[in-house]
Design a protein around this ligand. Structure first.
Ligand code: 9D3
Length: 261
């Protein structure tokens, strides 16, 4: 996988290339990563990359010529790459898009700044527009890092085998079970007994149930979209029966009171 980032702030990427998963990917030649400074394609002594918007209004727009020059340079280096633009009006990035990108030869990531780029660049040079969520950033650089991080960890041989289950689409829309490590008691709170039992069937059952309850409590939206497994349906039905029992007990108690309330 080849990543080429087009930005007017290439220095922002130096610490990013040098640490963690991206660094690991580069070291073992599973990925290559570089930046192109859009300013290098700007004209004049000041190598201008922005200009005032046609039609008036505040803010500046990224000029098309430096962007086109930088994109052509990147595409020359990696002719089979897709070119994406990080912009607030793009499709919202998710794990499915990360998986699609991980299957590509390479990505050219164009980082917007100011109010945005000249529309003709988007029409003529960009395959996909991507946003990382509904909040306002000051530019596309951090968004590009988010995309690169998510894509890199999906490339085989970078993370190791332990995470392969996470690559399975079935695990995307469920939160993980709770995690515990030593010490056995921390500030008065003990680790759940079942995890110390060595009973792997019971541990697996506990994990499925806690994953489900965490998702139900924290992210009901995920659960509603999910195709549930039989085991999960059984757990949810059991909760329904338990809750029904509790509610039933309440109505019986009400009938018992002298006031009848
Ligand atoms: C007048 C409205 N503009 C400023 C408030 C719109 C606007 C222009 C440029 C808002 C943000 C930006 C810069 N953002 C990005 O380049 C960006 C981004 C984002 O802001 N949110 C989520 N994903 C992304 S990807 C790139």
């Amino acid at each position: 996988m080849n990543f080429i980032v087009l930005t007017i702030f290439p220095e922002m990427f130096n610490p990013f290339w040098d640490h963690g998963i991206v660094h690991r990917g580069i070291s073992c030649n599973k990925i290559s990563a570089s930046t192109i400074n859009i300013r290098d394609f700007g004209k004049g002594r000041h190598r201008v990359t922005d200009d005032r918007p046609y039609g008036g209004g505040c803010g500046m727009v990224m000029k098309p010529e430096p962007l086109a020059g930088a994109i052509r340079e990147a595409q020359k280096k990696t002719p089979f790459s897709k070119t994406i633009c990080l912009t607030p009006q793009g499709r919202v990035f998710n794990q499915r898009i990360a998986r699609e990108f991980a299957a590509l030869e390479g990505l050219v990531l164009v980082c917007g700044r100011y109010e945005g780029m000249d529309e003709r660049i988007l029409h003529d040079f960009i395959d996909y527009e991507i946003s990382i969520g509904d909040y306002i950033l000051t530019g596309g650089e951090i968004a590009a890092m988010v995309v690169i991080d998510a894509v890199t960890r999906l490339i085989p041989g970078i993370l190791g085998g332990a995470d392969s289950a996470e690559k399975d689409s079935f695990s995307d829309d469920l939160l993980e079970h709770a995690h515990f490590t030593r010490p056995r008691t921390f500030e008065g709170e003990a680790v759940p007994e079942v995890l110390l039992s060595g009973n792997h069937r019971e541990i697996e059952k506990w994990r499925v149930e806690t994953a489900l309850i965490r998702t139900f409590l924290k992210r009901q939206d995920l659960l509603e979209k999910r195709v549930l497994s039989n085991q999960e349906i059984e757990i949810l039905k059991k909760w329904c029966r338990d809750i029904e029992t509790i509610v039933q007990a309440q109505s019986l108690r009400g009938a018992d009171t002298l006031s009848g309330g």
